[in-house]
Design a protein around this ligand. Structure first.
Ligand code: NDP
Length: 337
């Protein structure tokens, strides 16, 4: 029996291409005592993986060359030599870009059992996984929305942004998104229930983005959930209300390199803003509460999500390259087995 894997073949400068990855096929290992084998059904592709492809220092160690790319996965236990797991259990973990994971199940937190009877298994690496908790944390703990306020989020149709806007609506806020293209904006408003969405690609400069934001958020912006950076951040800063709050979650427009200067940092002072960056993995204490709340909303149909699926492991690199260009529409997944 074999196991197909994707490894990092070279470190990109600028935008990655499929040539920075390599597919390899190895024999599937047999589990020793305490180990289990997971047949991985879904892989989550996430923007943070671009940072791991770099050599330099960041908040996490670089992805080693020649090793299986890291990534969140969900799948089914097919062999177990550990008392706490049996064949047929569905589990979520960090199995990486490969079809089968051999895991030491005695390591705490390596694998978590999940119930796939009420929600699809893939949701546990999306709306009911890391992206969902990211949205929950940045919105609730940093933006701190109150009914009647206006919350803006960039990359609004994506895994994180789509949850931010829907949760903001549930708090009684006006939710405004930025997304790339008319189709994504239509979905954000009509399917997800945002009040407005700005297609940033239809605006050629910051001035034009500001004009559109003034129309979409006539009472100004109280909370901004930042996923993108660059011109969108410059535009939103001009519309922040006094004592507004900005959750700096991601800066995807700069992940392929280059500086992202801020046009008017003095606005942080003038508007007395709180600007806070965060990494969701450093706030494990909120995960149980967040997942419980998100799970109830998904099961009741109040929290919607959308997925983009690459149909096989061979297509994972192409899907990842596409994610960084906005080709995904919703949570980007790869069907591994
Ligand atoms: P998405 O599902 O939103 O996919 C990424 C989206 O980013 C694309 O679809 C595209 O949407 C948008 N995008 C890509 N390039 C650009 C660009 N140059 N300018 C503007 N938009 C761009 O990804 P996630 O929801 O998984 O992640 C969203 C953000 O949250 C990322 O910045 C990510 O790094 C961050 N994040 C941070 C975490 C934390 O702990 N701090 C944890 C998880 C995610 P469009 O077509 O609309 O432009």
């Amino acid at each position: 029996m074999t196991n197909q894997q994707i490894v990092l073949a070279a470190r990109p400068t600028g935008a990655p291409t499929v040539d920075h990855f390599a597919l390899r096929t190895i024999d599937r290992a047999e589990p020793a005592d305490g180990e289990i084998v997971v047949e991985q059904q879904w892989l989550s592709l996430d923007p943070y993986m671009r940072g791991r492809m770099n050599e330099g220092k960041s908040y996490a160690a670089p992805q080693p060359l020649g090793e299986v790319m890291i990534g969140g996965t969900v799948g089914e236990v097919i062999e177990s030599k550990h008392a706490s797991f049996k064949a047929g259990d569905t589990v979520v973990g960090m199995g990486g870009w490969q079809q089968y994971q051999l895991a030491d199940a005695s390591q705490p937190g390596v694998l978590r059992k999940v119930d796939a009877t009420q929600v699809p298994l893939s949701a546990y690496i999306g709306v009911l996984g890391m992206p969902g908790v990211t949205a929950w944390y940045g919105l609730n703990r940093i933006c701190q929305p109150k009914a009647g306020q206006t919350i803006v989020v960039s990359a609004a149709s994506g895994a994180v942004g789509s949850v931010v806007g829907q949760l903001a609506k549930a708090h009684g806020c006006r939710a405004v998104g930025f997304a790339g293209g008319a189709d994504k904006c239509k979905y954000v408003v009509e399917e997800l229930g945002f009040d407005a969405c700005i297609d940033y690609k239809a605006h050629k400069d910051v001035k034009s983005l500001i004009k559109a934001l003034k129309e979409a958020a006539p009472d100004g912006v109280d909370g901004y959930f930042e996923n993108v950076g660059g011109d969108i951040l410059d535009a939103v800063l001009t519309q922040m209300n006094a004592f507004g709050r900005i959750a700096v979650c991601g800066m995807i427009s700069g992940y392929n390199g280059g500086m992202q200067p801020l046009a008017q940092p003095a606005l942080i002072l003038q508007s007395r803003l709180t600007v806070e960056g965060f990494i969701v993995g450093e706030h494990m204490e909120v995960w149980p509460t967040a997942l419980k709340e998100l799970g109830a909303l998904v099961i009741s149909g109040k929290l919607k999500f959308r997925e983009s699926v690459a149909p096989s492991i061979e297509q994972a690199p192409e899907a990842f390259v596409g994610l960084l260009k906005g080709k995904n529409f919703g949570k980007q997944l790869v069907k591994l087995v």
